[in-house]
Design a protein around this ligand. Structure first.
Ligand code: GLN
Length: 536
């Protein structure tokens, strides 16, 4: 139960995108939870897609999957990693979803006789979605991050909805606006004009920000802060400097130093003299900044030019590195560029290799070629989803001798469909939200590498796939040395494959990366990094 009626904090962005609204929201959330409040963070995305599940990672970065099977924005991953509590479908709202609901209601006749309009119907639906989390009575604070930049046409209904909410919620709502204060090298000066213009745009929409968080490469200094405060109608201590830092995990401490949490509490009328408990976070940061050793591992995927495509994997590697007192450098390798000829060179010097998830046949042969080299040369291996499926195909081809073994996803005509479409996927024709999604239980075999990592026989992990190991071939694989150390007992689905004679060869059908947090680095990633460190 929340301590008081839920307070709503709206976070908008101006000047440019990519200023780190997600990290600022997560950092504020962290500071508030460190004071003992319950907090959840929500993202409103202005695009028309119902969810990012159908978007190419180059468009949108990683698609983050929640326990309840929602395909969501990657910022939700930051929220979970910082706050260590799970999010759900309610934490991500898109324009597509809003319109879908309103149009469905219109067809049902819910608005009979009325003209359905952006105001009030779309804005009302936005307001309803914003308050779903608060209405559970579980949260002291709901932080709502509005995607995009103020002034964008597509974000207008969201801005209007939160403007209305601010008045309806009276003293229980607050606006934080994130801007950029650029440094002009030629003039040797920081410039506040873009911030002033951006606040002006907000004011035109009827919103006066209460707090400004100014992203900058150089310290703002008190003169600049004073100037921003004066021109933007905010209090001097509500101008928060957000300096560029080398790790996102430094940002909560930076925000604490700038007093962001204190200003938020004061402006919401909350008297709070409690101590901020950030000891665990500081220990993590200390470990991150002072590693005892360093290794390089490889990450093989299709989207290596955009590292946001594998955001949760990169962060899980960082968490596991800290657990092992080790800085883990990641060498990103494009699966499409791997061939029999160059595989030895491409993987030279790597202490371990992670083969990433993916869809479609592009890059799959490169992954399979790499896995053969990894298996034969005893290099620690973690295969995730398509990475696991590629490991099964490689084993079928090169150990069982099924020369054209494949996944039906890549070759419908294969004589050995060792990875096949799941039974309940066969009738699926629509693309959006129709995969096997979200958390499912899995039972582990005692003594396996995965069991040793989890130290538990019962686990739950999140999924996002249509294809699965074909149980028809199970006994042949087992006879030749591959084990199935993780199974879903309800439908007998293979969730984990291992080669016990290999130093560390684990492939998982699920996505462990989604559940790694600063407070709870993921056991499989920790086990994998430990094996990489010990790989001689
Ligand atoms: N394309 C594969 C499937 O649908 C793997 C999915 C993934 O890697 N997330 O089963």
């Amino acid at each position: 139960m929340s301590k008081f009626p839920t307070k709503y904090i709206f976070v908008t962005g101006g000047v440019t995108s990519s200023l780190g609204k997600g990290i600022i929201s997560a950092s504020l959330g962290k500071l508030l939870t460190a004071r003992g409040y319950s907090v959840t963070i929500q993202k409103l995305d202005p695009y028309i897609n119902v969810d990012p599940g159908t978007m190419n990672p180059y468009e949108h970065g990683e698609c983050y999957v929640t326990d309840d099977g929602a395909e969501t924005d990657l910022d939700l991953g930051h929220y979970e990693r910082f706050l260590n509590n799970s999010t759900s479908q309610a934490n991500n709202v898109t324009t597509g979803r809003i319109y879908q609901t309103v149009i469905q209601k219109e067809r049902k006749g819910d608005y009979l006789g009325k003209t359905v309009q952006i105001i009030p119907h779309i804005t009302d639906e936005i307001k309803r979605r914003i308050q779903i989390l608060g209405n559970t009575g579980k949260y002291d604070f709901v932080i709502t991050e509005i995607g995009g930049t103020v002034g964008d046409i597509e974000a207008l209904p969201y801005i209007e909805a939160v403007r209305q909410l601010k008045w309806e919620l009276e003293n229980s709502a607050l606006f934080i606006h994130l801007t950029l204060v650029p440094y002009l090298a030629a003039a040797g000066e920081l410039k506040t004009k873009p911030t002033q213009h951006s606040v002006k745009t907000l004011l035109e929409a009827g919103i006066q920000p209460d707090i400004l968080v100014c992203r900058t490469e150089h310290p703002l200094g008190s003169e600049i802060k004073k100037k921003v405060a004066r021109f933007c109608n905010v209090e001097r201590d509500a101008v928060i400097e957000s300096m560029d830092v080398s790790s996102i995990y430094e940002v909560p401490l930076l925000m604490q130093k700038e007093g962001l949490d204190k200003v938020v509490l004061r402006k919401l009328g909350i008297i709070d003299n409690t101590e901020v408990k950030l000891e665990q976070w500081c220990n993590f940061l200390e470990g991150l900044q002072n590693p005892k050793k360093e290794i390089t591992i490889g990450l093989i995927g299709k989207y290596v030019q955009l590292q946001d495509a594998y955001k949760s994997i990169s962060e899980a590697i960082i968490h596991a590195g800290v657990t092992n007192s080790c800085k883990v450098k990641v060498n990103w390798i494009n699966a499409e560029e791997i061939s029999n000829k160059n595989v030895t060179d491409k993987l030279a010097g790597l202490k371990g290799v992670l083969v990433a998830p993916g869809f479609g046949d592009r890059g799959m042969e490169g992954k399979i070629t790499a896995i053969k080299h990894i298996r034969e040369n005893n290099i620690p291996f973690l295969g995730i989803c398509l990475g696991m499926q590629s490991a099964v195909i490689e084993y079928a081809r090169n150990v069982l001798g099924y020369k054209d073994a494949n996944s039906v996803e890549a070759n419908k005509e294969t004589s050995f469909p060792v990875i096949d479409l799941m039974k309940d996927q066969k009738s699926v024709t629509k693309k959006g939200g129709t995969m096997r999604l979200g958390a499912y239980e899995c039972q582990l075999t005692k003594g396996s590498k995965s069991y040793n990592s989890y130290q538990n026989t019962e686990i739950s992990e999140r999924h996002r796939h249509r294809f699965e190991f074909n149980n028809k071939y199970k006994s042949e694989f087992e006879k030749s040395g591959m084990i199935f150390s993780g199974l879903n007992s309800k439908n007998n689905l293979v969730e984990i494959v291992e080669i016990p004679t290999h130093p560390w060869f684990v492939g998982v059908q699920f996505h462990p990366e989604y559940k790694s947090t600063v407070a709870n680095p993921h056991p499989l990633f920790c086990g994998f990094i430990d094996a990489c460190i010990n790989n001689k």
